[in-house]
Design a binder for this molecule. Structure first.
Ligand SMILES: Nc1ncnc2c1ncn2[C@@H]1O[C@H](COP(=O)(O)OP(=O)(O)O)[C@@H](O)[C@H]1O
Ligand SMILES: [Mg+2]
Length: 458
């Protein structure tokens, strides 16, 4: 399908002073109970599970990995494609399964998702994990008791009836050693004492590995920037956290980092091959929109300027990055609220097309000055490949990695490409196009269509 040229003029979409001056809450005014385009990961709840579209295979594969053995589950996929949501919902499904059956292993999603950065102090990180795990056990048990109607399995009884080994109140951790409770003061609070108390508690609830555990995620491993850095931190955590009874781990990352880590000899045998999260099928794409509108609408009398057709278009231009699609959908709605509010589906699509062209032109204009023509050609090829690595230099027409590097660097600085390194394996595919890059690519295609059209004889 050919993109229509940006022939509309802005005067067709005048600023809407009436709606502007009201300063209302946009989606509430349009008949929703909040923003249907939140870009946070879907949570490990019934709601999250309800909104997760087109991931039956991935969640099944992941649940099996979490539940099956001593190995850690891993998940790999491009930014914004929906990894964390898949892990959260899979964790929730495991909990629900236990609660519904009243038997089998008990899995409890941890209330926090963890991240590691190059400057993370690893001991502090471990403390933080223990605190969050303890806090999860406390909060979730309260929730379960509150709901009351659950079948109580043995594991749940161990969890809910065990006098709490660890509690948090008034900013102080209370650790019960044996029968006596001892409140820690800030100084007196021993790191090892606290860790041991949590480990003991986990061992009571989950005496054996097959009894289940609290599911913990280390997300966005690409923040460590190189597979080497990731391996080093994970190897350390292996003995401190990964092998503990009562904890189940899922490692999540993009840009090839998980592949780089999985092949580490020292982690060999500890990690499952990654569950790959790709774009959800085109047939599911509009369901992302419709399920959100259904979940957020207050009645059937709502207004939504973004049509399924335009949503699909956005999804394809942004190459399946759902986070970016939702963020853009929200931007578009705000833009509409500031301008002329279209009525019919045709008007809505026309307005969307105008907005999209404008966004793409801006992405291009903001970048153009900083990118030389040669880098622009690298960019165009990068878009064709979606993901590539420095060792592909020949296919980009360079003699060496070094010759291509400055162009990639310029494109990264302009926010159109993003990368991580794998020092061990230079062939690893670790560079990808960003949402801004995809918009720019759309602009380039769009304008070349127009110029081709005007070049061709009439
Ligand atoms: N399968 C899905 N169906 C509907 N929405 C999704 C789905 N997967 C992700 N999302 C939404 O997309 C956004 C990005 O998801 P997230 O899981 O955080 O991606 P990632 O972890 O890969 O960066 C979130 O707003 C989330 O709600
Ligand atoms: Mg994520």
């Amino acid at each position: 399908m050919k993109d229509s040229p940006p022939t509309l003029i802005l005067s067709k979409w005048p600023l809407n002073e009436r709606t502007r001056s009201k300063g209302y809450m946009l989606y509430e005014e349009w008949g929703f109970r909040g923003c249907p385009f939140e870009t946070t990961s879907l949570p490990p709840t019934e709601f999250g599970s309800h909104l997760l579209v087109g991931r039956a295979e991935a969640t099944t594969a992941l649940r099996k990995r979490i539940a099956s053995s001593n190995k850690l589950a891993t998940v790999e996929g491009l930014n914004g494609v929906g990894k964390t949501s898949v892990v959260n919902v899979s964790s929730y499904q495991l909990l629900r399964q236990h609660v519904e059956l009243g038997e089998g292993p008990l899995y409890i999603p941890c209330r926090k998702v963890f991240q590691l950065r190059p400057n993370t102090d690893i001991e502090e990180f471990i403390d933080y994990v223990f605190m969050e795990v303890a806090q999860t056990l406390i909060e979730e048990s309260e929730e379960i008791k509150r709901k009351g109607h659950y079948l109580r399995s043995e594991a749940m009884n161990r969890w809910l009836n065990e006098p709490q080994a660890v509690a948090f109140s008034g900013g102080i951790w209370i650790v019960s050693g044996g029968r006596q409770e001892s409140a820690n003061t800030t100084d007196g609070f021993q790191r090892s004492g606290f860790r041991k108390a949590v480990i003991d508690w986990l061992n009571k609830i989950f005496p054996e590995r097959r009894d289940g555990g609290v599911i913990c995620i280390i997300d966005n491993l690409e923040l460590l920037q190189s597979s080497d850095a990731a391996r080093e931190k994970l190897e350390y955590l292996r003995d401190e956290l990964f092998i503990l009874n009562g904890l189940r781990w899922v490692l999540c990352g993009s840009l090839g980092i998980i592949h780089g880590v999985v092949t580490s000899p020292r982690l060999d045998g500890y990690l499952h091959d990654p569950v790959e999260i790709g774009e959800i099928g085109a047939e599911h794409c509009t369901q992302i929109l419709t399920s959100r509108l259904a979940a957020y609408k207050l009645s059937d009398q709502y207004y939504m300027p973004l049509t399924e057709r335009s949503f699909e278009r956005l999804y394809s231009i942004l190459n399946g990055n759902i986070r970016s699609v939702l963020g853009s959908a929200d931007d578009f709605c705000h833009w509409i609220a500031d301008h002329h509010v279209p009525d019919t589906a045709e008007e809505k699509d026309e307005a969307f097309q105008f907005w999209l062209n404008d966004q793409a032109t801006r992405a291009y204009d903001a970048t153009r000055q900083n990118i030389r023509p040669r880098a622009m050609r690298v960019f165009e090829q990068a878009c064709e490949r979606v993901v590539f690595s420095p060792s592909d230099f020949e296919e980009f027409g360079f003699n060496s990695v070094a010759a291509m590097r400055p162009h990639v660097k310029d494109l990264e600085d302009a926010g159109t490409l993003v990368s991580t390194q794998d020092e061990g394996d230079k062939r690893r595919k670790t560079i990808q196009v960003t949402p801004k890059g995809w918009l720019m690519s759309y602009h380039l295609r769009n304008t070349s269509t127009i110029s081709n059209e005007s070049d061709s004889p009439i």
